[in-house]
Design a protein around this ligand. Structure first.
Ligand code: GRF
Length: 199
């Protein structure tokens, strides 16, 4: 059974969706460890309530690579095969990325390469796009970069606020993150340049 390591910083709804699919047998994997860089993250409580291993490694005041060494050590101690960033609000160092080559995924609430970084839903509204969505991608050391595994579109409605838009995007995030994890764990893909293609 493949082992997932989940990194989060907050609410943890993507983590919950993944955990739900694992529990229901829709995702053939186990969650080996959930790590948060923020002690107050709700996702940590959820993990504990689900009986999963939940570890808090506070990042406050720590230099990037020194912190990443702690996280990598925890992931390796738990024999993690695939690292899933789920609302983890930190850029990974080159050191971290090298430790898990092609084995780190992230989810972003926009159709990358549009609107990387913070407040992607707000950025989409401000820009006036009519369609936005979400992206699951492999992680490299740049922000919201790396080959795209899955995307879903979400229409922007005239009466949308950043919150209402975020809520609809989140429903798609919860769906495509597990699909992307399934594909990556299956190994039935190849990467050509930036393209993730079916094998
Ligand atoms: C999601 O919108 C995700 O795309 C972004 O951060 C948010 C995390 O939400 N990276 P949650 O913690 O999974 O509920």
């Amino acid at each position: 059974m493949k082992r997932l390591g989940i990194l989060l910083s907050g609410r943890g709804s993507n983590f919950e969706a993944i955990a739900g699919n694992v529990a229901a047998g829709r995702l053939d994997a186990e969650i080996a460890v959930v790590i948060s860089n923020r002690p107050e993250a709700r996702g940590l409580e959820t993990a504990r309530a689900l009986g999963l291993k939940a570890v808090c490694l506070p990042s406050k005041g720590m230099e990037r690579e020194a912190y990443d060494r702690l996280v990598v050590a925890e992931l390796k101690a738990n024999q993690v095969d695939l690292v899933c960033l789920a609302g983890f609000m930190r850029l990974l160092s080159a050191y971290f990325v090298r430790q898990f080559p092609g084995r780190i995924l992230n989810i972003h609430p926009a159709l990358l390469p549009s609107f990387p970084g913070l407040d992607a839903q707000h950025q989409a509204l401000e820009h006036g796009v009519k369609v936005t969505g979400c992206t699951v991608h492999f992680v490299d050391e740049n922000l919201d970069s790396g080959p795209i595994v899955a995307q879903a579109t979400v229409p922007v409605l005239d009466d949308d606020t950043a919150d209402s838009l975020a809520t609809r995007i989140l429903q798609q995030e919860h769906r495509i993150y597990s699909e992307a994890i399934r594909l990556v764990l299956s190994g039935n893909f190849r990467i050509e340049g930036r393209r993730v293609l079916a094998r």
